[in-house]
Design a protein around this ligand. Structure first.
Ligand SMILES: *[C@@H]1O[C@H](CO)[C@@H](O)[C@H](O)[C@H]1NC(C)=O
Ligand SMILES: *[C@@H]1O[C@H](CO)[C@@H](O)[C@H](O)[C@H]1NC(C)=O
Ligand SMILES: *[C@@H]1O[C@H](CO)[C@@H](O)[C@H](O)[C@H]1NC(C)=O
Ligand SMILES: *[C@@H]1O[C@H](CO)[C@@H](O)[C@H](O)[C@H]1NC(C)=O
Ligand SMILES: *[C@@H]1O[C@H](CO)[C@@H](O)[C@H](O)[C@H]1NC(C)=O
Length: 322
């Protein structure tokens, strides 16, 4: 029997069409309606995923990411700005690794208004994504930066606030914007705790107007490297001004710093104090306060403010150092 005959026979017997055949006929007639419904369902699921779920997940991942500043180098300070070279790591435990586009970040002492805007370069998120910022920073608020510098000088730790609204893109998904608002806790200079005069030698025949030179020890527990220029320090003992000391071209590196110092101290006042010392106690209490930071002939108000805020009290053992 041929196929054709079989079909005719079925039709002739008047048997109902099979379920499969009905379905086929239905789809043949209504395919467009099904396509519309299918597309609508896909869109109803996909659109919220793309436009609600994805931004939420992305923002959540940004919220959960960490920011660690590994080094911060400030050079060429002027009253209005400085050159910044900063290395940091953005850490994320997320399985998504979106691209975060370059964005402008407002930087502040957390809780205070921003002192500058820094351009963060584009970064591909990973477990640990290195971000290197190297640029000239114009201070938008020099007073805020003076307050920031003072907080860095005076505290064991300080909080750096970083705020921006970068665009972000994950694979083929659309570009969205997220809020980047991070607080980074960093080690400060902690009042230069541990500052010491390591040596002080008097030499009366110097031609630069000073009468002593020596070395000071300045510990720097932070990751900051600061070019602070020519530093002038006021030296006194128990209320009597003795003169000044100078740290020229001071670059404060992270870790231990041994810095040459020039001094212009009043011999007569110093000898008066030494003469008054009780027998067997060869220690002069010295008070050292920063007076100014001058770089390329210009006073740098934010470094001056930080130095002025920090009054150092050291015991100068004249038998050890002189
Ligand atoms: C991200 O953090 C901000 C502020 O802390 C909060 O308002 C927002 O709900 C967080 N977003 C997500 C998706 O976790
Ligand atoms: C950023 O977060 C800090 C606290 O972590 C909050 O005080 C501040 O208001 C936030 N900034 C913005 C613009 O949301
Ligand atoms: C040293 O101190 C004396 C007296 O205070 C002052 O006249 C002189 O200018 C000072 N020299 C320098 C280099 O500061
Ligand atoms: C500091 O000065 C006060 C009075 O001016 C005096 O009584 C005291 O003994 C001085 N202390 C030292 C360590 O010289
Ligand atoms: C510090 O002072 C010396 C001598 O006056 C000068 O040659 C040098 O350029 C100054 N350094 C800075 C960073 O301004």
């Amino acid at each position: 029997m041929s196929d054709k005959a079989a079909v005719e026979e079925v039709a002739m017997t008047g048997a109902k069409p099979t379920f499969g055949a009905k379905l086929k006929a239905h789809f043949k007639k209504w395919w467009w309606a099904h396509l519309i419904v299918f597309c609508a369902v896909v869109l109803i699921i996909a659109l919220p995923l793309v436009y609600v779920g994805y931004p939420n997940i992305a923002q959540g991942d940004i919220n959960d990411s960490t920011l660690t500043v590994e080094s911060m180098v400030i050079t060429d300070p002027t009253p209005d700005g400085f050159q910044l070279n900063q290395k940091q790591v953005i850490g994320s435990g997320s399985i998504f690794h979106p691209k975060i586009y370059s964005f402008d970040a407002d930087v502040s002492l957390q809780g205070s208004p921003a002192f500058a805007t820094v351009t963060v370069p584009e970064v591909q998120a990973r477990d640990d994504a290195a971000v290197h910022v190297e640029q000239w920073v114009d201070l938008t608020d020099a007073d805020q930066f003076a307050a920031f510098s003072t907080a860095v000088m005076m505290n064991e730790e300080f909080n750096l606030g970083v705020y921006g609204e970068p665009d972000l893109k994950l694979g083929a998904l659309p570009k969205i914007d997220v809020t980047y608002n991070k607080t980074v806790t960093m080690k400060g200079l902690n009042k230069l705790k541990g500052f010491k005069i390591k040596s002080l030698r008097f030499d009366s025949d110097r031609e630069d107007g000073n009468n002593a030179h020596g070395t000071v020890f300045i510990p720097n527990p932070s990751v900051l490297q600061l070019s602070m220029g020519n530093i002038t320090l006021d030296i006194s003992s128990n209320g009597t001004a003795l003169g000044q000391s100078f740290l020229n071209d001071l670059v404060l590196n992270p870790g231990d710093n041994n810095v040459p110092m020039l001094s212009n101290l009043s011999n007569s006042k110093l000898f008066d104090i030494i003469g008054d010392l009780p027998a067997g106690a060869p220690t002069i209490p010295l008070t050292i306060v920063g007076k100014s930071s001058v770089y390329d002939g210009k006073e740098i108000p934010y470094f001056t403010a930080a130095l002025k805020a920090n009054e150092l009290v050291v015991d100068l053992n004249i038998l050890e150092v002189i």
